[in-house]
Design a protein around this ligand. Structure first.
Ligand code: TIU
Length: 226
């Protein structure tokens, strides 16, 4: 077991039973001209975490952790997209509508791809999820159980939507969860800070939060590894 400094207190984990989960680092959320930008968001905030996610991936890969990437995505016929999930956005910006990078949040469209800078390597898991959380309708829990995974380290976007939802789902399923501060971001900086505060309040009610260098030091990586 390894223990690292975290908030509100140390996060102890066994690397052999730990997976890194990178949530939804997709072109549609992070690139200019994508879904996130079309909704009026400033994507430069999200792009700023790309180096940290790259370093985190390098650290996890070097340590032999299971690496999992998720994508928020739907079938082309939208059979896995409940009407309630489409209804909120203005016409032309709904899931399945034609956007600047193809049909919004539809599997196989260019915008649905993971950013090339943080692309999965062969053998890493890619989980397509129709919800904000990574367990809903994905079969992930069974796959993690088969691998004996008990600890999950989180990164990705956006902190208060898909990252937090996935972390809460994981916490309810008994996983011990850690979020890496520099490797997650929101379109709304105050929402990120509020989310970190929510996660770590009440003795770490949803998990723990650590700085990237704490994990790198524990796993024997250097700070600027890429
Ligand atoms: N991945 C994810 O967080 N999906 C979202 O829709 N996030 C927003 O902040 N909109």
């Amino acid at each position: 077991m390894i223990a690292i400094d975290a908030q509100p207190d140390a996060f102890a984990f066994d690397p052999e039973r730990t997976a890194l989960v990178v949530i939804d680092m997709q072109r549609d959320f992070v690139e200019p001209g994508g879904f996130g930008a079309a909704l009026g968001n400033d994507v430069t905030l999200l792009r700023a975490i790309i180096p940290a996610v790259q370093q985190l991936l390098a650290t996890a890969r070097a340590a032999g952790l299971l690496v999992i990437h998720t994508r928020e995505s739907h079938q082309p016929d939208l059979s896995d997209c409940p009407p309630a999930k489409r209804e909120g956005a203005p016409a032309g910006m709904r899931i399945g509508d034609e956007g600047p990078m193809g049909r919004i949040l539809v599997r196989g469209e260019p915008g649905n791809d993971i950013l090339p800078e943080v692309a999965p390597l062969p053998g890493e898991w890619i989980i397509d999820k129709p919800g904000k959380g990574m367990f809903y309708a994905t079969g992930l829990q069974e796959r993690l159980a088969e691998q004996g995974i008990e600890y999950l380290i989180f990164a990705g976007v956006t902190t208060e939507v898909c990252v937090q939802t996935s972390m809460r789902e994981a916490n309810d399923r008994g996983y011990r969860c850690l979020l890496i501060d520099e490797a997650t971001e929101s379109y709304f900086p105050e929402f990120k800070q509020a989310t970190l505060a929510m996660i770590t309040a009440q003795g770490g009610i949803v998990g723990r939060v650590a700085q990237l260098h704490e994990l790198q030091r524990a796993l024997g990586a250097t700070h600027d590894r890429d």
